[in-house]
Design a protein around this ligand. Structure first.
Ligand code: SAM
Ligand code: SF4
Length: 327
């Protein structure tokens, strides 16, 4: 293994997703129980200094791209301070943020100034009433205004992630796809993953990407596309002729993409998880707080990164919700 940067199956690991909080100002029906979850105790959560130290030690081992996620990362105070600290780590080339967008209008400029490169925004509906029903919070919020704020601040390419749920919001997929014809937005349709306690959302609510693409192709010819310039991860992209934006599908349910997996995840309490749904994890927090180097712990973790997830067999590695690991 070359200095910890490839796993046991030869996959290059260059991408770290960092969850900075397990809390959220939404309660998306597919993600978090309405009553919330038992939150992590504050003392267990990595400080910004500790997160930066993890990145400083992993950068020489091949990690060059970061995504800040949660829970909802923008509700952790002074997030831009962390962005600036990470930006200063040698070897870090790209820093992205996953957010529900609620705080983007007020925070986009500050995040950009601190060194954030781009955002992925979750948006499951364009209808205010439906947004409230899915997010189960009555916040005044327009996803399109949030996306425009990100665009104006230069946090591009702006990607919008829609979790498609049959009978709940799948009547809006054409409206989301049309956004890419008029705007330089990259809309990615995510297959619902029935995880944890969201028992009322089942396999019947999953809309397979092939069905979705067949529907979209009725709007106009769709050509396979390279997608936005940066950070394309597991999405497959398409474009309508002449459109400034693209549509993408992320297909954890109908087609796995584990063979190309390039990522590992750090939970808010400092556990390194090598697969979103795996059991495999090690505590970076314990090593850090004991003053031990992370490289040997990291090498051992990569050596046990599983070949693929077992989501379809409903084995989800003890997860109750994706908010616990940052999706
Ligand atoms: N709060 C931020 C957000 O909503 O973008 C970041 C964290 S969220 C857990 C990360 C991603 O996971 C979001 O795009 C969300 O839609 C997705 N997600 C959460 N639960 C999911 C599920 N059951 N199926 C598919 N995607 C899910
Ligand atoms: Fe919060 Fe994001 Fe989960 Fe929605 S998907 S509850 S916004 S963490």
């Amino acid at each position: 293994m070359s200095a910890g940067s490839t796993d046991q199956f030869g996959r290059r690991i260059e991408y770290l997703r960092i969850s900075v909080t397990d809390r959220c100002n939404f309660r998306c029906a597919y993600c978090m129980p309405l009553e919330g979850l038992p939150w992590l105790p504050r003392e267990d959560i990595l400080s910004y200094e500790e997160i930066t130290e993890v990145v400083r030690q992993l950068a020489p081992l091949g990690v060059s791209r970061l995504r800040i996620t949660g829970g909802e990362p923008t509700i952790r105070p002074q997030l831009s301070t962390l962005i600036a600290m990470l930006r200063a780590v040698p070897g870090i080339e790209d820093i992205a943020l996953s957010t529900n967008g609620v705080k983007l209008p007020e925070m986009a400029d500050e995040l950009k100034a601190a060194g954030l490169d781009r955002v992925n925004m979750s948006a499951d509906s364009l209808k205010p009433e439906r947004i409230r029903e899915i997010a189960r919070r009555s916040l005044k919020f327009s996803p399109l205004d949030a996306a425009s704020a990100a665009e104006r601040a230069g946090l591009e390419p702006v990607k919008i992630n829609m979790v498609v749920m049959r009978g709940i919001n799948d009547d809006e997929i054409e409206d989301f796809a049309r956004l890419t014809i008029d705007h330089p937005l990259h809309v990615r349709f995510i297959e619902l993953m029935p995880v944890g306690e969201m028992a009322n959302l089942t396999f019947e609510h999953v809309v397979p990407s092939d069905e979705l693409l067949a529907r979209l192709s009725k709007l106009g010819a769709l050509a396979a596309d390279a997608g936005p310039a940066r950070g394309n991860g597991p999405a497959a992209y398409y474009r309508f002729a002449g459109a400034p934006g693209s549509v993408g599908v992320i297909t954890p349910m109908s087609h796995t993409y584990c063979g190309d997996c390039n990522r590992v995840r750090l939970t808010a309490d400092g556990r390194l998880r090598t697969c979103l749904y795996g059991e495999e994890e090690v505590s970076f927090r314990d090593a850090l707080r004991a003053g031990a180097p992370l490289a040997p712990v990291y090498a051992a973790a990569l050596a046990s990164k599983p070949k693929e997830h077992a989501l379809l067999q409903m084995r989800v590695g003890g997860l109750r919700a994706l908010s616990q690991v940052g999706g």
